[in-house]
Design a protein around this ligand. Structure first.
Ligand SMILES: Cc1cc2nc3c(=O)[nH]c(=O)nc-3n(C[C@H](O)[C@H](O)[C@H](O)COP(=O)(O)O)c2cc1C
Length: 141
């Protein structure tokens, strides 16, 4: 089981944002279901942060598409791990908008991960993922 986490910068005109995010979600749910991929996508005004987990070849294939996708840029892979179990077994690609779990520390944390990739930021990111998983937020997928 491979897990990849990355942070990137959206390149979506604000007027098209809802539509584009819906398109990404529809494709993700279809393709991830077919390939056995789960994970989550965090969306803020400035950043995307995504965790993808699943069979190694499948995650690598989807990641290739994601890296080539013009709807975002400055894609920084912050973690690539082999794990023996899934963290988000039920989420084909749950999307969390910043507003859903309003947390003032989120944007600075993503900025830090994006620019420094440091261990401390990664540990805080892990805690955030645990909080999201445990929270009452309904995953959107
Ligand atoms: C931020 C972001 C996250 C994405 N997440 C996924 C995903 O989890 N699964 C997926 O199949 N495609 C995802 N996509 C879409 C892919 O980049 C790609 O458009 C889609 O998989 C179709 O692949 P193809 O363009 O190689 O045909 C994402 C795109 C963006 C911009």
């Amino acid at each position: 089981m491979l897990t990849i986490s990355y942070v990137s910068r959206p390149s979506i005109p604000s007027l098209r944002r809802t539509r584009v995010l819906d398109d990404i979600r529809a494709v993700s749910i279809a393709r991830n279901s077919q390939l056995g991929i789960t994970g989550l996508l965090i969306v803020t005004a400035m950043y995307f942060a995504q965790v993808l987990e699943g069979p190694e070849d499948a995650v690598d294939d989807v990641m290739k598409s994601i890296l080539a996708d013009p709807r975002h840029h400055e894609i920084v892979v912050v973690r690539r791990d082999i794990a023996n179990r899934r963290r988000f077994p039920l989420w084909r690609m749950a999307r969390f908008e910043h507003e859903t779990f309003a947390d003032a520390s989120l944007s600075p944390l993503l900025a830090e991960l994006h620019t420094k990739r440091g261990g401390a930021a990664l540990r805080r990111f892990d805690r955030l993922l645990d909080d999201i998983r445990r929270s009452r937020c309904e995953p959107s997928a």
